[in-house]
Design a protein around this ligand. Sequence first.
Ligand code: NDP
Length: 446
Amino acid sequence: MDPIVEQFMAKIQAKNPAEPEFHQAVHEVAESLIPFIEENPKYKHAKILERIAEPERILIFRIPWLDDKGEIQINRGFRIEMNSAIGPYKGGLRFHPTVNLGILKFLAFEQVFKNSLTTLPMGGGKGGSDFDPKGKSDNEVMRFCQSFMTELSRHIGPNTDVLAGDIGVGGREIGFLFGQYKRIRNEFTGVLTGKALEWGGSFIRPEATGYGAVYFAEEMLKTREDSLKGKTCLVSGSGNVAQFATEKINELGGKVVTFSDSTGFIYDPDGIDAAKLAWVMELKNNRRGRIKEYAEKYGCEYHEGERPWGIKGDAAFPSATENEINEKDAKKLINNGCTVICEGANMPSMPEAIEVYMEHKILYGPGKAANAGGVAISGLEMTQNSIRLPWTREEVDARLQQIMKNIHETCVKFGSEEEGYVNYVKGANIGGFVKVANAMLAQGAV
Ligand code: NDP
């Protein structure tokens, strides 16, 4: 390891003990940025990287709520307000039993760079709770969301901190959270994105992360005069991002053969076509069932407790969660002929897997660039809320495509290396950093 990176990481680890995901995210960024900062000493003197790695504010709070038996349950809530140099804090909420401070700090840190890459005026934040919506009734989820918002409402606002969904937080949860905010604050504002169309939502927001990741993959493929048409694709997860990535891949003539959830994965060599996808959406978004049922319904393979990376495919769209591809998985993917890895999820590839991608010079789109479409359309939802005017589906989709193109161009600008190879990790990290760093320089020691 570069001794300056090593020194920097030693301080991060000492200051943020027992937060491995946060260390991992900062390390990846530091490796790209430190050489760049050494060449641009103004950032070094102003300690921009040290400041970016320190959240501006962290809120941790108790969430008491009543379950259906009338018993009190207690969860822990978090909001990490990471950086507001270029706009109000903006980022999703995750409700999952694995949520802890380190995971949310990693997500908030990534969000700062991602939001900057979109070119929209949004700072970075992330929040959530260790609450598990699985197995809870709609009423229990509502009471939990109301309690969560009762505390958080005093700290957020459309010009301060704007929330959205992430794992375990979809349309249902956004509705309950928004209702409680409106009731407490007595104002109808764009404090949450991912709202339904009837009450301030934007067309294409549910689709944006998955669609955006596929648009980004197409941009990467274009650099090699190729496209997704006719390609076999592996998708992990079966939630929001996985579903809409699959819809767009199908539209562009690719074939998706896998889906997963936290209990296993299905392999359908015939492809998950529009009808099967509609069935998965009903299963996951309404019935809230397990992906195993797909194998029973369509008579295909189900692999309990495994991930889909051993299946032969041309392109992979990890869209479940962090660290879901290890070194062995990466080697399997590449040995099976996979040449595109485009991350719908945040940090799904472990550092050793990324090294394998780099070594083989495949097209690798890291999450902070590839999945930025979601927050980009959230930014456009904020704009529509501010001007009190909704845009059409076509208009928003055209803007999404343009934004993904711009992000790709930024990655090429900052990530091009010898022989035309584009290091998208470096490109995204430096491209995302420069705008935030310049704003921080201009705003002084704040
Ligand atoms: P959803 O809750 O809709 O779906 C998550 C999917 O991933 C589910 O299939 C879930 O399975 C699976 N999953 C969750 N945790 C694990 C785990 N520990 N191991 C294996 N599988 C798991 O979330 P999203 O689709 O919104 O989010 C997926 C990823 O995309 C996350 O990394 C998120 O941070 C990222 N992302 C999401 C954005 C958005 O707009 N929604 C924007 C940018 C990034 P199960 O049903 O069993 O829990």
